[in-house]
Design a protein around this ligand. Sequence first.
Ligand SMILES: [Zn+2]
Length: 130
Amino acid sequence: MNTRTGGLARALVRAVARGLPTRSARARYRAEFLADLAALTTGAKLRYAVGVLVALAALRTAVPPDRTPDTWPLPRAQRPFRCRVLHRHAWRQAETSDGEPYRECARCGELHPRTQTMVGSTVPWTPSIT
Ligand SMILES: [Zn+2]
């Protein structure tokens, strides 16, 4: 019973981790969930695993997308419905690695249409106040 419950809890948290959107998040949370399980008593393991499952939807939205040149901005087919179809982006201020500010969507990575400076551009940034 004890081994079976622990195995079920481990399988459940592994399955939950597979439901996360990025490779790095899947690896990180799988390790965290399994480490948490190892510290719990047998009875608490299954409760913890079910709690992790219940929190999956919230965790999926909280995990930021991987941001490498290959994955960011997101390809059009992977963009959230609000960005891809409704063009309702979540604009945020960002900075290039050399400190140049620009605006991008926090969900999909699209550059703001009024952004004067593209990442890697040598054109000086001129903020437009509207
Ligand atoms: Zn967007």
